[in-house]
Design a protein around this ligand. Structure first.
Ligand code: ARG
Length: 565
């Protein structure tokens, strides 16, 4: 039940069209203190039409409203220039718990998407290079956004735009032919290919002909030379095998792996469209689109030697995605260091007068730091992500071994907790913030962590079990005084979903599940939930609702909720 709406309608009827119920809805606030009621309406905007001071108006209208009291809104009171409404806690709790227990994991679903399609470009690591923390952030944020859009009724297409093309592959082939060993690459593809790449750059400082050789191999690759293609494909397959280990650990799947190379034969049409529209200009032999009117530097489309670029492939990809999926929105979850690139991409498509250019949405994020510095792959100091995830899982397993050694399915649960900790840590801060990576902190059950939320849910599950709760138990009455903070949290879930999707911001949900957990744990500390009085069953219904919402909230973040831990 939407009490804000209900209150707005009651008020609108009382003030006789001075403001519409929709306008009133936007003005309603939460009172500062709990004892001042649940919903507050400020009377300032009525003063002009009603020609009275707002404080007077508040007094007058709240007296009149009393006759309109309904079951769930039982009392009205003037507080300064506000009219505060008091909800009937028992009624509200009963309605809400009924709704949540009926809808289960569909509680909070919205239908704003109406089956329209959103494409989400996420993860998108580079072949033959380590999967970076940035790629992990993109994977985690993108996956959560996709779940969020689905909850709001959209269809989503998750696209892994692999970095599998570019001059670096010419260099890599050169290096492999000079120094590579098949066995070593097979054993440790990413590390070995990265080492070859680094060796190439070191050697090229003194052996100048290497750069040329690299270019030659790339040209051969572009021209479809069998040997070049075979090596490239092999590097790609080996890299993908490694990346998939990470995706498997995290339980993430993609709808498409069409990466940069996929667009090799799809760039001419968009370049032609640019030419037809007179947007392509010559600049020292290179082809560019000038973006002066948007105060952006020109977007380079073709180099003077005719080679295409990252941006050219992204233009082709954008067009392909629109033709293939007719998206209403096309999201790119990519670090904020690429903001200029995506501004240019959108500006070029807008200049082309493509109506769908409006839907191009860059969702940027900040860096992952270790001891205040970027976690980087340079200088041979590679942080291999698969290792990071495995460390986390191992640490989670150790914690279980210490605290709950008799737990069944320890390995599965450690996996849920270990990966959940990393994902939650990433999502609990607004994505633009840089975040510090401290594994021990992320796994603490006492902090603002994923395991804390998972543990809260497991606690709820254990109460249900101990209390012999059955889902079919009818709806009972609660005085809902001690429960009230939990009830109000539960109530706000649908609004949180709305806010999260409006801002493409999963941290809204992460913060929400933390707040709900805190409220519930406080309640757990204060009230004997399993105590044998008349409200026991109603309390268990509340516990049940809390668990439903926690599990659904965690699911939206891409985190599993073990029933026991
Ligand atoms: N592979 C790129 C990188 O690692 C990210 C690609 C993002 N997606 C895109 N359509 N440009 O930096």
């Amino acid at each position: 039940m939407d009490y804000v709406k209900l209150y707005s309608e009651l008020l609108a009827a009382e003030i006789d069209g001075v403001l519409s119920s929709y306008e009133i809805e936007r003005l309603i606030e939460k009172p500062k203190f709990l004892h001042q009621g649940d919903l507050a309406f400020p009377c300032f905007q009525l003063a002009k039409t009603m020609r009275k001071p707002p404080v007077e108006i508040a007094k007058e209208i709240s007296a009149r409203l009393q006759s309109r009291a309904v079951g769930s809104i039982e009392r009205f009171e003037p507080v300064g220039a506000y009219i505060n409404a008091f909800l009937n806690k028992t009624e509200v709790a009963k309605d809400l718990l009924y709704e949540i227990r009926q809808k289960k994991n569909h509680y909070g679903d919205l239908d704003i998407g109406e089956n329209q399609t959103v494409t989400i470009d996420l993860s998108s690591p580079n072949i033959a290079k380590p999967f970076s923390m940035g790629h992990l952030r993109s994977t985690v944020i993108g996956n959560s956004l996709s779940l969020l859009y689905e909850k709001c009724g959209y269809k989503t297409v998750k696209i892994n735009h692999l970095g599998d093309w570019g001059t670096q592959f010419g260099k890599l082939i050169t290096a492999y032919k000079l120094w590579g060993k098949e066995e070593k690459v097979k054993e440790n593809p990413i590390q070995e290919l990265l080492a070859l790449y680094i060796t190439f750059h070191e050697a090229a400082e003194s052996q100048l002909e290497l750069e040329q050789e690299g270019r030659d191999w790339f040209r051969r690759l572009e021209n479809g030379d069998a040997e070049a293609l075979k090596l490239w494909k092999w590097f790609k397959d080996e890299s993908l095998k490694e990346f998939k280990k990470i995706y498997d650990l995290m339980g993430i799947e993609f709808d498409s792996y069409a990466g940069e190379a996929f667009y090799n034969d799809k760039m001419e049409p968009i370049v032609e469209m640019l030419r037809e529209r007179g947007l392509l200009e010559d600049s020292d032999g290179a082809q560019v689109v000038k973006l002066d009117d948007t105060e952006l530097p020109p977007c380079l489309i073709k180099k003077s030697d005719g080679a295409t670029l990252y941006a050219t492939r992204d233009l082709a990809a954008a067009l392909y995605r629109f033709e293939e999926y007719s998206f209403v929105k096309s999201i790119y979850v990519v670090g904020n260091e690429q903001t200029l690139h995506f501004k240019q991409l959108k500006a070029v498509l807008t200049k082309m007068d493509l109506p769908w250019a409006d839907g191009i949405t860059h969702v940027p994020f900040g860096m992952m730091l270790k001891d205040g510095k970027k976690m980087s792959t340079r200088k041979g100091k590679v942080v291999l992500l698969e290792g990071v995830l495995k460390d986390s899982i191992q640490l989670a397993e150790k914690n279980i071994e210490e605290k709950n050694p008799s737990l069944a399915n320890k390995t599965d649960i450690a996996k849920m907790v270990g990966t959940g900790a990393i994902v939650f840590h990433d999502l609990k801060n607004f994505r633009m913030n840089d975040i510090e990576f401290v594994l021990e902190e992320m796994l603490k059950v006492e902090g603002e962590t994923g395991p804390y939320v998972q543990y809260t849910n497991a606690r709820a599950q254990s109460l249900l079990k101990k209390g012999g709760f059955e889902d079919t138990n009818g709806d009972d009455n609660l005085a809902a005084v001690a429960e009230w903070p939990v009830i109000t949290e539960l109530q706000s879930f649908p609004y949180i979903i709305e806010r999260a999707i409006e801002r493409n911001d999963p941290s809204q949900i992460a913060k929400y599940v933390l707040n709900l957990s805190k409220a519930f744990n406080k309640y757990y500390g204060e009230v004997r939930i399993l105590g044998d009085d008349t409200e026991k069953n109603a309390r268990l219904q509340l516990v049940h609702a809390v668990s439903i919402v926690l599990e659904e909230g965690l699911r939206m973040l891409g985190i599993k909720a073990p029933k026991e831990m």
